[in-house]
Write a protein of this length. Structure first.
Length: 109
């Protein structure tokens, strides 16, 4: 991505897999982890978790478990601040993704 594209990019847009650093080490599948690595949500995820109207707290927990490939017990041991920040990041991403595309300002051929 060029410097111009980076400058124009909305801060809510995410690159996937998205690495979210945790403030403390937690266990997942018997391993110590300090970063949650989230895969990009698919269309099936959007439908399965009912994300067309935003991201609620009821949707957040199972969605993050699926995207990060970790059990709920892992998320429950994460710092509250981490989960609040991740919720804010994901909400921003879904809100941005739900916006219609901007019309092109380049004349078409």
């Amino acid at each position: 991505m060029s410097d111009v594209e980076t400058a124009k990019r909305d801060h809510r847009d995410l690159d996937f897999p998205y690495e979210f650093p945790l403030t403390k080490v937690v266990k997942a599948h018997g391993d110590d982890i300090k970063v949650l690595v989230l895969q990009e949500p698919s269309g099936d995820d959007v439908l399965e978790f009912g994300l067309l109207e935003g991201l609620s707290s009821r949707q957040f927990w199972p969605l993050v478990c699926k995207l990060a490939g970790v059990p709920m017990s892992t998320l429950k041991t994460c710092a509250g601040r981490d989960m609040l920040q991740l919720g804010t990041v994901l909400t921003g991403f879904f809100n941005l993704a739900a916006q219609p595309p901007m019309p092109s300002t380049t004349p078409s051929a």
